[in-house]
Design a protein around this ligand. Structure first.
Ligand code: FAD
Length: 397
């Protein structure tokens, strides 16, 4: 199945994954048309953590410097016990970490990161961005694929990359595997000015307070102008929800059992919004002829490894390499899938396991966590994290 470079590659979805895919393909001279459902391209106003693997991808995608300029370089990943308010352990992110993994660990505002990728796409002659273009399905024959849009339009290309997120329409047709799994975990997000954050907690760290069936994450963003707060409660919520505004009182309901110092963080939040988290079991079928899935559409995961966006960008880099390496697009897509599936499946499954064994345990289970995690040396932490942070862009060639 060889397709000429004259025909564009279609990309459904203009999130971090879709924009990264367009940039990766442009690096190898492939034209693309990106079809975004929303009427404008953007991201929600919250933070995101970026492991060194994200920076390997930024460099490949040609946005390394711009991405580095808007990141906050934190000193530690810090784990606190939300019942005692004592530190359990931390991973030091200074020189030894950077030397080991070849890049820093950082936190950024999602809007800033999306903006960097979007600007690079707009600056490329090979990328066409279309908004108000919801892909509802596709058809294909031996020589091309056609995306069907909600407005009745048809757009033809050589391939279609489904980067249309958790509720992907493209995935629906590729796999027919039904809706995502509702995890029962409710996450609330708020971004507050730094001066509203309790002064004794303004740490230059991605801090996680782990408590029974709940946890709190905070870190500084945007040149320390704001703090990102994410608090999660495992309350067996039955239905998926995305971005619903809620009051402080409602957020606090799930956190009455944790230490006052940890609760005080929630009291300082404003304009909270609620999400009920979903993920999926790993599923090998990412490809249907000229159509491939990427990012959350392929491997939606809980955020507990802080890797969903990082993995989407790694997908984009791998796809770009495979497209350049193999003339036959069917082989390229299969090589992409074969490389990315086992790795992303591991992140999906371990994200769930981390939730159960590190973020939310109680009683004996939590004491065991504290004993195991507080006994590890920095070298041991680096060894544990090497499979995810240390593989360059992870592409085997
Ligand atoms: C609370 C929380 C915290 C997180 N923290 C981190 C973190 O610290 N680090 C990290 O790496 N990841 C994190 N993630 C995960 C990360 O946000 C996602 O994995 C990542 O944004 C996925 O990118 P994507 O482009 O695949 O999908 P999305 O970001 O969902 O983008 C999909 C895009 O497609 C569009 N679209 C949808 N349907 C269609 C259609 N039919 N046609 C056309 N367009 C369509 C959407 O409008 C959207 O623009 C977190 C997630 C959550 C929920």
């Amino acid at each position: 199945m060889a397709a000429s470079r004259a025909q564009p590659i279609l990309i459904a979805g203009g999130g971090i994954g879709g924009l990264a895919a367009a940039l990766g393909l442009a690096q190898k001279g492939f034209r693309s048309i990106l079809l975004e459902k929303a009427s404008s391209l953007g991201e929600i106003g919250a933070g995101i953590q970026l492991g060194p693997n994200a920076f390997h991808a930024f460099d490949y995608l040609g946005v390394g410097e711009a991405a580095r300029n808007m990141a906050v370089y934190i000193d530690q990943l810090r784990l606190m016990d939300a019942l005692t308010a004592e530190e359990i352990c931390h991973v030091d992110l200074h020189e030894a970490f950077r030397a080991r993994f070849g890049n820093p660990y950082a936190v950024v505002h999602r809007g800033d990161l999306h903006g960097v990728l979007l600007k690079a796409c707009r600056d490329s002659d090979l990328i066409e961005l279309r908004v108000s273009s919801e892909v509802t399905g596709y058809g294909q024959d031996g020589s091309s694929v056609t995306a069907r849009l909600a407005n009745g339009e048809r757009v033809a290309g050589s391939l279609l990359i489904g980067a249309d997120g958790l509720w992907s329409n493209v995935r629906k047709q590729v796999t027919g595997d039904g809706p995502p799994r509702v995890s029962g975990h409710t996450t609330y997000r708020s971004v507050i000015p730094t001066e509203q954050m309790p002064e004794d907690l303004r740490w230059n760290a991605a801090t996680l307070w782990a408590g029974p069936k709940c946890h709190i994450v905070h870190y500084p963003l945007s040149g320390w102008k704001v703090f990102n707060l994410v608090v999660t409660y495992h309350n067996d919520a039955p239905e998926p929800v995305a971005g619903k505004p809620v009051s402080n009182e409602e957020v606090l309901q799930g956190f009455g059992h944790i230490h006052e110092r940890a609760q005080s963080i929630i009291r300082h939040g404003t304009n909270w919004r609620l999400w009920v988290l979903c993920d999926r079991d790993p599923m090998e079928r990412w490809i249907d002829g000229r159509v491939a899935l990427l990012g959350d559409a392929a491997h939606p995961m809980l955020q507990y490894f802080a890797q969903g966006a990082c993995q989407a960008m790694e997908d984009a880099v791998c796809l770009s390499h495979m497209m350049a390496e193999y003339e036959d697009h069917a082989v390229a897509l299969e090589q992409y899938r074969a490389q990315r599936f086992p790795h992303t499946a591991r992140v999906q499954l371990l994200s769930r396991a981390i939730g159960e064994h590190i973020y939310h345990p109680a009683g004996e289970h939590a004491r065991l966590r504290n004993a195991i995690m507080s006994a590890k040396s920095q070298e041991e932490w680096f060894g544990d994290l090497a499979w995810i942070y240390g593989g360059g862009t992870g592409v085997k060639r």
